[in-house]
Design a protein around this ligand. Structure first.
Ligand SMILES: Nc1ncnc2c1ncn2[C@@H]1O[C@H](COP(=O)(O)OP(=O)(O)OP(=O)(O)O)[C@@H](O)[C@H]1O
Length: 522
């Protein structure tokens, strides 16, 4: 009950009491007339009632005061509340209905607003769904177009890069540059090397050292770890076949110890390596040119601690001298056996017998580390008039002395290996800078390779690297050397050499035809 109602009820009760009392007085007057005997009793009663009346009067005064204070409070409240909400608060009572009525228009207005917002939201939602759908269709088409363009660009890029390589090869042929390819061994621990080494296209490799900027190297071709051995063949074929044209050429497997050089040169289990591929190519040439009585030959020389040994000789530990034929410019190990190979399996047997004598030992980095450089020298003897030769070099692994924890004998070997490899790097550097003096004689290795690393030579360097993080500094050094070697020009002009070779080949064919005619006429 609100204070106003309470007050009204109190007033009503007082009025009732007063009316009862006056009735009671009237009754008493009548009784007074009739019963004078009860006069005293009634007087007492009268006093009591007077007292009661006074107390009721006081109560009434108190209620009045409370009402006034409530009135005052309601006025204050009216001033605080907005007129629209509470228009009649100044009146004695505040009926809830009037408050509700005052609210109703505002309420209706809000309801209308919410309704219209809901409708707007619905429209927006529909519009949004439609535009998302059309945007999706548009993007899908765009994406399709982009994918198509990307494929076109990819094909074009591949064509360009092939064309680029073809032109580069042509320029190299013309200028006589060394071709340099890089091969990355798969991780022997089965790790993924991509965070460390990145392959871009098929001719670029990027190393990402932990604490410094990435370094990129470009080669004629890069063979990432997953590429199988035979992916090298296309790259190697031209240089192997150049033996037919009378060139002295060489294929060198270079790289730190354990990076996969022997694997590339002799293949896993002595099969499918560069040497076997070259021999197979020579036998193909023999078959194709049956009339020229061609015979492939092989020599296997080991350079161990700067001594040259013949692995096919009966005394493989004998130290051979290296000589130069000043008239032809040929360099050879005096007395080295040159074995004829009658067929392919014969060749495999010869190679294995030579490898059995090769000096290898276990180091911390490779359980079967080659402690020497191995040169396989292939030639094609016959009536074709060309005496080209192909040197396939499985170089000993470059290594840091501290890194491989080598000791005593191994330490001596390591020093010799590193010295001869640095002589090779010096020869590369002198050739690259076109210095008048090329220090071929500084090591047995460079001296023996001289015919292939000179103006009438052709060379291919296969730089090998490991994907392991601990090998990264060796990897970078090796790739740097490979990149520098790529700038080397071996011949100022190939045109003259080629025409000479073609003429020589034509003469030998004519000779052959003449001999045939003579035989017929006999
Ligand atoms: N492409 C490859 N695929 C699989 N295994 C490889 C590959 N290359 C090398 N290996 C393995 O890595 C190990 C080291 O290879 P390899 O002996 O050829 O190295 P190396 O460079 O000749 O070493 P060193 O200079 O010490 O003689 C071998 O166990 C070899 O089988």
């Amino acid at each position: 009950m609100n204070p106003c109602d309470r007050f009204a009820t109190s007033v009503h009760q007082l009025e009732n009491l007063l009316s009862n009392w006056s009735t009671y007085i009237e009754d008493f007057s009548l009784k007074d007339i009739q019963n004078n005997d009860n006069h005293l009793y009634l007087k007492q009663e009268n006093d009591y009632l007077k007292e009661k009346l006074a107390s009721l009067q006081r109560s009434l005064d108190f209620q009045k005061e409370e009402f006034e204070s409530l009135l005052d409070y309601s006025e204050k409240l009216e001033r605080l509340l907005p007129k629209k909400v509470l228009p009649n608060l100044s009146s004695d009572s505040i009926p809830m209905e009037s408050i509700q009525n005052a609210h109703r228009p505002l309420l209706l207005q809000h309801k209308d607003m919410i309704k219209s917002w809901k409708e707007e939201l619905k429209v927006l939602r529909n519009n949004f769904a439609t535009s998302v759908e059309s945007m999706y269709v548009y993007l899908f088409h765009q994406l399709g177009g982009l994918v198509e363009t990307f494929h076109c660009h990819q094909i074009q890029w591949m064509k360009h890069s092939q064309e680029n390589r073809r032109l580069h090869r042509y320029i190299q042929e013309w200028k006589g540059n060394i071709r340099v390819v890089a091969r990355i061994r798969p991780s022997l621990l089965g790790k993924d090397c991509t965070p460390l080494l990145d392959f871009i296209g098929d001719d670029m490799i990027t190393c990402r050292p932990f604490n410094s900027n990435p370094l990129s190297f470009t080669f004629d071709q890069v063979f990432p770890p997953h590429l199988p051995q035979d992916s090298l063949y296309e790259e190697l074929q031209p240089i192997i076949a150049s033996i037919w044209d009378g060139f002295h050429s060489c294929i060198m497997a270079y790289g730190p110890t354990g990076s996969g050089k022997t694997f590339t040169v002799f293949g896993p289990d002595g099969k499918g390596g560069v040497v076997q591929l070259a021999i197979q190519t020579l036998f193909d040439l023999v078959l194709e040119n049956n009339e020229l009585n061609l015979v492939p030959t092989i020599s296997m020389l080991e350079i161990y601690n700067e001594t040259v040994r013949d692995l096919l000789s009966e005394d493989p530990l004998a130290n051979l001298e290296v000589h130069e034929d000043t008239t032809t410019g040929d360099v050879f190990a005096k007395g080295a056996v040159e074995m004829e190979m009658s067929h392919y399996s014969d060749a495999l047997r010869i190679i294995q017998s030579g490898l059995d004598f090769r000096t290898t030992s276990a180091t911390l980095l490779n359980i079967s580390s080659s402690r020497s450089h191995l040169l396989c020298i292939l030639k094609l003897r016959g009536d074709h008039g060309n005496t080209g030769s192909l040197y396939i070099a499985d170089l000993a692994g470059s290594e840091r002395v501290t890194h491989s924890h080598t000791q005593s004998e191994r330490l001596d070997e390591t020093k010799h290996i590193n010295r001869s490899l640095s002589s090779l790097a010096d020869v590369f550097s002198a050739l690259r800078n076109q210095q008048p003096h090329i220090p071929y004689r500084n090591s047995r290795l460079t001296f023996l390779l001289r015919p292939a690393l000179s103006k009438t030579g052709k060379a291919m360097l296969i730089v090998h690297v490991s994907p392991e993080e601990e090998e990264l500094s060796e990897t970078i050094q090796t790739l740097r050397l490979g990149q520098r070697a790529r700038d080397i020009e071996l011949r100022p002009s190939k045109g003259q050499d080629s025409s000479n070779i073609l003429l020589r080949r034509q003469i030998s064919l004519l000779r052959q035809q003449l001999a045939d005619e003579r035989n017929k006429s006999k």
